[in-house]
Structure formats: C-alpha cells, structure tokens
Design a protein around this ligand. Structure first.
Ligand code: ATP
Length: 333
C-alpha cells in the first residue's frame, strides 16, 4: 500500500450496510486503520443521507446511524485506534461545504453521473443532491486527508474534490492537498444480487453484512447464474456468472478453480456451487455477526466511541476552519 498520512472516508446511513460496502470500502479501512491509527478518520455521513428523499426517514435515521457505526465496528474498525464519528457532530463540515459551493461552477455538479442517475428517478430534485459532492469534498478536505479509500462509484466525486482543492489553493493560497482515491483492486464494484446494477442500499439489491444466514441463503438460491445453463447438464461460463464473481471475493483460489472447472464441464450444478459460496461467505460474515450481537448488548460502547471520535475530529476541523476563515477574508473584530 502506498504512503499516506491522513485518510478520510464515509458511509451513508441510508440502510443496512452490505457486502459491497464491506468489500469495496470497509475492509480497506480496517487495514488502513491498523497502520495509521487516529489519522484514519471514518464517518457516518448522515447529512448526505438527507439528500435521498426516498431513503430518508427522520424516525429511522438515528437507528440507522447507530447501526452503521455498529456494523463498521463489528467489521473490524477499532475506535480505540482510529477516529470514528458522525458527520453532523462536526458542524464545520457544512460550514466549509458552503464556502466551497460559492467557488464551484454549477456545470461541474450537473455533469456528475451519480447526480444524473439519482435525480432521474425523482419527481422533485433537492438542491442538496446537486451539492452532495461539494459536501463530500468538505468532509475530506477539512481534515486535509491525502487518501480516500472508496469504491469505483466514487471516483468521479473524488476528481471533483481535487478540482475544488486546486481552485481554492489557486484563489486563496496553498491550503489543501489534492487527495487520491484508493480502490480495493479485488472488489472495486461489487454487483448486486439482481445481477444487474451495482450493489447499493438505495437500490435494494444487497446482501447485508448482518443479515440472517437463512435470508442470505434464500437470496443466493434465487440469484441469477450464467443464462446459458438452463439445464443441470448444460456447461456454463463462470465469467458470465454472478455467483462465480462472488466466489472471487469469498473463496480461496483452489475453490474458485474447482467451481470454474465444474461450471465449464457441467460437473457441478448451480445450487451446489451456491452452497459452496454460502459456506465461504458465512466464514467471513459469521464472526462479524457475532461481534455485532455483542455490541448490540452494549450500545454504550458504540455511543462512547462516537462521542470520543467526534471530539477528536472536531479539533482538527476547527483548526482548518480557522485557517480558511482568515484566508477568505471573513471579518473578525
Ligand atoms: P446509497 O445506495 O444510499 O447511495 P451505497 O450502498 O451506494 O449507498 P455509500 O454509503 O454511498 O453506499 O458508500 C459507502 C462506501 O462503499 C463508498 O466508499 C462506496 O464507494 C463503497 N461502495 C458502495 N457500494 C459499493 C459496491 N457495490 N462495490 C464496491 N464499493 C461500494
């Protein structure tokens, strides 16, 4: 892994954390946290979650935020080592975001693919959805993070963050680094269980990290495989099969080779191949689910971790905001 000094990444409390979030982002966060300690900052981005009118529910947001923190901790993020916090507990994010909106051309925002996709599904598009990547830039730059571990879906937003940093530095003097994305090369874009779109909380095509094993199996059982394998004896092409893709995330190379060969020669049926995957998947998810159950018994551990994380994050954010306020010429008697 390349050299990095400070890292920031976030996750939306828009629904249950899924294996796409885990493989694409959280797994890397855990590894980075082991190396960087407190300079590895991870936040539950609740202000971002408000931009999705379909998923946002004020009654459920507190529980979803708590659950997101719990799932991340169960997946291996240790808040004693790293900095884990809730975005809205550090109000400087939104303050910096406002300043960036005044420096960002609207055209830069309307061309964002995620904005185009999400806004196309809405009758009335909130302005916050358009501003989403500006707030994301503030999340990152307020800590002067140099590295942002993300899935492929966030690369365009990160490029915009770099432009926002460049523009600010040009106008007001050198202030922000231009942060680089860090992809998990093995799982930059985990497909959803529908076999069509990217796995996404808001699409509802997920396998949840903390989902009941029985429910996971039901989803796998119903999942599409290579359409060419209509009958048990038809040979298949693993490269066209969603289940094989999932094997590449969870199964060791010898299992991957065996199921690929079995698929090509019709030596193994799709249901047996799915059972093998399910067992391997539960070897990874089982211990995470056990830790989650323990944490659920002790919610005060999660709450204390978030309070402590916000305190530490805020100290850094306030320092940056002080520098920014002076540089942009805000009046201070
Ligand atoms: P939503 O559906 O509400 O937009 P999401 O499921 O796409 O949410 P986010 O909370 O926006 O997830 O993303 C959290 C992190 O997980 C980001 O780093 C993102 O790049 C990564 N991520 C999300 N989905 C996937 C996926 N299918 N494969 C790999 N990484 C992913």
């Amino acid at each position: 892994m390349r050299a990095m000094k400070r890292v920031l990444s976030g996750i939306q409390p828009t629904g249950a954390i899924h294996i796409g979030n885990y493989l694409g982002a959280i797994k890397q966060w855990v590894e980075i946290g082991e190396r960087l300690g407190k300079d590895a900052l991870f936040c539950i981005v609740d202000y971002h979650a408000l931009t999705n009118p379909d998923a946002y529910d004020p009654e459920r947001l507190p529980q979803r935020t708590f659950e997101a923190a719990l799932a991340n901790m169960a997946a291996g993020l240790d808040p004693e080592k790293i900095t884990l916090f809730v975005q809205s507990h550090v109000p400087e994010h939104t303050e910096l975001s406002w300043i960036f909106t005044t420096q960002t051309p609207v055209g830069d925002l309307t061309r964002m693919t995620q904005y185009k996709d999400k806004s196309a599904k809405l009758k009335s598009v909130p302005a916050g959805l358009l501003m989403y990547p500006v707030l994301q830039a503030a999340d990152i730059l307020i800590y002067k993070a140099d590295t942002v571990p993300v899935g492929e879906d966030q690369l365009q937003h990160l490029e915009l963050t770099r432009e926002i940093a460049r523009r600010f530095n040009h106008a007001f003097g050198d202030t922000f680094p231009e942060p680089k994305a860090l992809l998990n090369p093995k799982a930059p874009r985990v497909p959803g269980i529908d076999g069509a779109a990217k796995m996404s909380k808001s699409v509802g095509n997920t396998i949840e990290l903390l989902e009941e094993p029985k429910s996971i199996w039901e989803k796998l059982r119903a999942a599409p495989t290579d359409p060419a394998r209509v009958r048990r004896n038809d040979p298949g092409d693993p490269s066209r099969c969603l289940i094989f893709k999932y094997h590449t995330y969870f199964s060791p190379p010898e299992v991957q080779e065996a199921v690929a060969e079995g698929c090509r020669t019709a030596g193994i049926g799709c249901v047996d191949c799915k059972k093998l995957l399910f067992d391997r998947m539960m070897e990874v998810l089982g211990p995470i689910q056990e830790r989650a159950a323990e944490l659920r018994q002790n919610p005060e551990v999660v709450e204390a971790a978030l309070e402590d994380g916000a305190r530490r994050a805020r100290a850094i954010a306030q320092e940056t905001m002080h520098e920014v306020r002076v540089k942009i010429g805000l009046y201070k008697p």
